[in-house]
Design a binder for this molecule. Sequence first.
Ligand code: ATP
Ligand code: MG
Length: 289
Amino acid sequence: MPAINSPYLVPFDGSFRVADAPTTPPKDAPGKKESKRRLADLVDELRELQRVLYADDRHSVLLVFQAMDAAGKDGTIRAVLSGVNPAGCHVSAFKQPSNEELDHDFLWRTAKRLPERGRIGVFNRSHYEEVLVVRVHPEYLGGQRLPGSPDNLDELWEQRYRSIADHEHHLAENGTVILKFWLNVSRDEQRQRFLARLDEPEKNWKFSEGDVREAEHWDAYMDAYEAALNATSTPSAPWYAIPADDKHVMRTTVAEIVTKTLRGLDMNYPEVDAASRARFDEMRRLLGG
Ligand code: ATP
Ligand code: MG
């Protein structure tokens, strides 16, 4: 399954640079109204594509979302999947790991939530937290009780990138179509959104002191994203770095990539064989039709 042609595809040769990745849409991007109209069409198409995905029953789809706080993960997931049959998709959010989760290898908790054939699984945060937040705060490794204490952490991250890439390659070879989105919000836009959460009473509930403190580690996060995306963007599990400062264009861009990818899959409604069809007349008679 080749990755689709998109200006936001993270190349597979390690040349991705956060500093060059746009956080705003191109000048000729559609406005809010046109973006919403296009999104509505894509949502309709995605609904139909999921129906064939289910009937065909050979592929599953995994959408991974990673981003800094307030980049709009939740809103994007809601907007893009709003038309899909709720029985056909499943959203999992991954927060700080529980004690039980910490007692397993780092891919265990996300592996349990992988989509079955015919379904779309969405990860709101994912196994990538293990090379993002944990890389920014290596003290979290203490709670993971890994055997031996790696004195060279760079080696540990390389090991984890390899584990992730191998795992995703295995899933892809067994029918999972994986698309990964980094919603790339600028630091200034994030700051404006935090301020709006303080200033607008109906947004107060979203405000988190922890988010403001985490943003102090901005540069370390950007380094971690750059390293992780370069190490794990592959033809079988490509990353897309989507400009996130304009929510409407961002949502439509994600929907376009998902829809285009699914359109490219060889999926069909199963054909009824001649023997079964021959029995249709008898069934019609039984039904009094
Ligand atoms: P929202 O704020 O919209 O509810 P969220 O995904 O930010 O969504 P929070 O509960 O605010 O949810 O934050 C979850 C926190 O858990 C994040 O700071 C994230 O980095 C952290 N986290 C996720 N996975 C891990 C992990 N494996 N190890 C350590 N921290 C993790
Ligand atoms: Mg949060």
